[in-house]
Design a protein around this ligand. Structure first.
Ligand code: ZN
Length: 487
């Protein structure tokens, strides 16, 4: 039942998944550069690899999931020039770079938790691994695939390409890359325009700097992921994930760095999620269609018709296969909201169905279909289609057309719980009143008051009533217990 197949971006085909060490999986996913609020473009890899992580654990693999935080080295133009993205934000906001990092790391964690993604096992930062990065540069230099010029160290792509295939992940060849990269202007100290920086000497105004054998400076962006994945997952590991926009140059450079330092590829399966577009357009700050996750959750953005629950966003993303594009629109999100509600209602309905001796539904058939879908390279849209076949069955049984016996009902509840909650990571949306108060929380508060009254602890009981009154909440006692209203 559990023959997981993954599409490997390196071989460009689906392959049967076989971990290096039986029963264990190592997975590395490129995390965010923390200089701004997370947006849909962060939600997609967050959710995609959360489902991978959840499913591997469901299959019983002891999984180490490493996702990094980029807090240095990612330059504004993604090449080897320009200001560091974090240093630039710090300059504009008059903050220490580490204040920017701390603020946006917390904001990223909050958004990812709202999307119900599980935290990774290890979340290393680039600034916390400067020593490991320097050691890796030393190895690459010793192996002859890098060179130093005036305190900068560059990866020698042309030399590397003679011994290994540079471009095998992105499918580019070095001649095309050379002709597509702008000519060296004579000012550049790189041997070839395609070479990339492993270490950069800091200019006098550059704040983020560390000592190294070559200069006081900072590591190149691509290096951190090679250094940290090796440190926590070893020189060979199972899965490396990230967005498709990272294939070139970031992941191509990672492959080259690993081969240049250890003589072989580090990664067995490369997985890439596709992008999210907004009304068919790429999302970008300059395009004016840039919506952050917190704006989605609050509805406070001119392009949004309403606020969207994080579970609606999650369900919306899962409705598409991770290798397909997803196009955002209010209509699509509203349809996802309806679908999500229908699913959750059906799960509640299932719990309330009275069983009989006969069962009109074959749970094993659906179980097989669910596993077949997810084992086929995490085909979530097909899985969701099968789940909705079950929803239809549940509703028709509840309407009296069909029946479930005790065993079928229990098996079906377990199947729906496993797939909807544990694997797809959906959760029931808490009912909130218009005042933003959760019924569940009020139940807890009134429960505490009831307990205090039962213990004749009038001080506490009155304190709770008075504090609620300050929030314009009136508690009314009756024989059946307490109820509440808000003015
Ligand atoms: Zn990375």
């Amino acid at each position: 039942m559990q023959n997981l197949k993954l599409y490997n971006s390196l071989s460009r085909k689906k392959e049967a998944f076989k971990p290096i060490t039986e029963g264990r999986v190592g997975m590395y996913v490129c995390g965010p550069t923390v200089y701004g609020d997370a947006h849909l473009g962060h939600a997609r890899p967050g959710i995609t690899f959360d489902v991978v992580y959840r499913y591997l654990q469901h299959l019983g693999y002891k999984t180490r999931y490493v996702r990094n935080i980029t807090d240095v080295g990612h330059l504004v133009n993604d090449a080897d020039e320009g200001e560091d993205k974090i240093a630039k934000k710090a300059r504009l906001d008059q903050l220490e770079p580490m204040e920017v990092v701390a603020y946006y790391t917390r904001s990223y964690h909050r958004d990812m938790a709202l999307l119900n993604t599980l935290p990774p096992s290890i979340e290393p930062t680039a600034t916390g691994h400067i020593i490991e990065q320097i050691q890796m540069i030393e190895k690459i230099l010793a192996n002859g695939y890098a060179y130093e010029v005036d305190g900068n160290v560059y990866f020698d792509v042309v030399k590397y390409n003679k011994d290994h295939a540079y471009g095998k992940l992105s499918g580019r060849n070095i001649e095309d890359m050379m002709s597509n990269t702008r000519e060296l202007d004579g000012q550049s100290e790189k041997r070839n325009a395609v070479d990339f920086a492993l270490w950069k000497k800091a200019s006098p105004e550059h704040i983020m700097r560390w000592p190294s054998p070559w200069s006081e400076g900072f590591p190149g962006w691509h290096l951190e992921c090679s250094a940290m994945s090796t440190k926590y997952l070893g020189k060979r590991f199972d899965i490396h994930g990230g967005g498709m926009d990272l294939v070139f140059p970031h992941h191509e450079a990672e492959i080259a760095q690993s081969c240049a330092s250890d003589g072989h590829d580090a990664v067995n399966y490369w997985m890439h999620n596709n992008m999210i577009t907004i009304h068919g357009q790429k999302m970008g700050k300059s395009l004016g269609n840039f919506i952050t996750l917190s704006e989605f959750f609050s509805g406070e953005h001119e392009s949004l018709d309403q606020a969207y629950n994080p579970m609606t966003i999650r369900f919306f993303i899962l409705q598409a296969h991770y290798r397909s594009t997803v196009d955002f629109s209010n209509e699509a999100l509203q349809a996802a909201e309806k679908g999500m509600n229908k699913l959750m209602t059906a799960i509640d309905t299932l719990e309330g169905i009275t069983t009989s001796n006969e069962s009109s539904l074959n749970v094993e058939d659906y179980k097989q279909k669910f596993y077949d879908a997810i084992n086929d390279d995490f085909n979530s849209p097909i899985l969701i289609a099968h789940i909705f076949d079950v929803v239809k069955q549940i509703n028709s049984i509840a309407a009296g057309n069909g029946s479930l016996n005790e065993k079928s009902k229990n098996d079906l509840m377990k199947l729906m719980n496993d797939f909807c909650f544990d694997i797809l990571g959906l959760k029931k949306i808490e009912s909130e009143t218009e005042d933003g108060l959760s019924d569940e929380i009020m139940e807890v508060v009134l429960g505490l008051r009831k307990q205090a009254k039962e213990n004749k602890d009038w001080i506490t009981a009155d304190f709770i009533r008075d504090e609620l009154a300050k929030l314009n909440i009136t508690v009314k006692d009756s024989k059946d217990g307490a109820s509440w209203t808000k003015k």
